[in-house]
Design a protein around this ligand. Structure first.
Ligand SMILES: [Cu+2]
Length: 272
């Protein structure tokens, strides 16, 4: 889940000094003089970040789902194929750009759809093994969801050397050369984060890793479709925040109400 910071306290009262204080005060002697800079003397409030709500996995009895289609607004131009300038025997002369893959009706492949404020739901599968392959000079899949605590295996299925370089901040980054036939790189992530991974040898090779601390994350298929199943209705008459993210088209956040035994349909257009 997305990290949620809750404000549980407002602490401190700022001193606002305005105007002169009588110089005959018993406690303070005010010394007037030229004011070089005017501005706030003290912040009126100090805000303290205090409690981070962790996602809680449980057996879910009442559940519904959310599904829909992600499309691109307007008609964004498809990125041009990328010219390959090395290892052409294995990688060909060009590679399709994967930064924006649209269907005939502007449906967006590889958009991430996720609930961002869910704190309780089905259990996260931390026993699973997720594979990110380097095959035919591309990362497969292009967007991979890895539960926090689960194993990600990064393979090299090509007969050439690749590299794996992740650009994570919350999690330890990886930067490893991957000779052909070399061992699988196994790793785990400890914190939720979306980050890029690339091959430093073949610059067109990149993908996105979504380290997720709850199971309500999904990637759209080549028809732009998504479905988030097994979602418990939000407590009370509440709603969830649902985020649609794409590496090129950006992000849109909506609110969605989930009802038990029902599917809520929610489709969006992403604008570049
Ligand atoms: Cu490579």
């Amino acid at each position: 889940m997305k990290t949620r910071w809750w404000l549980v306290g407002l602490c401190g009262v700022g001193l606002l000094m305005s105007g002169a204080v009588g110089s005959s005060s018993a406690y303070f002697a005010y010394h007037g003089g030229p004011v070089a800079e005017k501005g706030s003397v003290a912040e009126p409030f100090l805000v303290i970040e205090a409690l981070r709500l962790q996602y809680q996995g449980a057996t879910i009895v009442e559940k519904g789902s959310v599904s829909g289609v992600v499309k691109a607004a307007g008609k964004p131009p498809a990125p041009k194929p990328i010219e390959v300038n090395q290892d052409q025997d294995e990688c060909g002369k060009s590679q399709p750009a994967e930064s924006l893959i649209l269907g005939a009706g502007n449906e967006v492949k590889n958009a991430l759809v996720r609930l961002t404020n869910i704190v309780k739901g089905k259990r996260l599968d931390t026993k699973t093994k997720v594979v990110l392959d380097q095959a035919n000079c591309r990362f497969v899949p292009h967007v991979v969801i890895v539960p926090v605590g689960a194993t990600l295996e990064i393979k090299n299925s090509d007969p050439i050397t690749h590299n794996v370089h992740t650009f994570s901040i919350e999690n330890d980054p990886i930067n490893k050369t991957r000779p052909k036939g070399g061992p699988v790189v196994s790793t785990r992530f400890t914190l939720p984060e979306i980050f890029k991974v690339q091959c430093d040898i073949h610059k067109w090779m990149s993908a996105w890793i979504v380290a997720a601390d709850h199971p309500y994350n999904v990637v759209t298929d080549d028809k732009g479709q998504y479905k988030l199943p097994d979602v418990p209705p939000a407590p009370g008459a509440g709603f969830y925040e649902i985020e649609f993210w794409h590496e090129t088209l950006g992000k849109v956040t909506k609110e969605v109400i989930v009802k038990k035994n029902a599917d809520t349909s929610l489709s969006v257009d992403l604008k570049k």
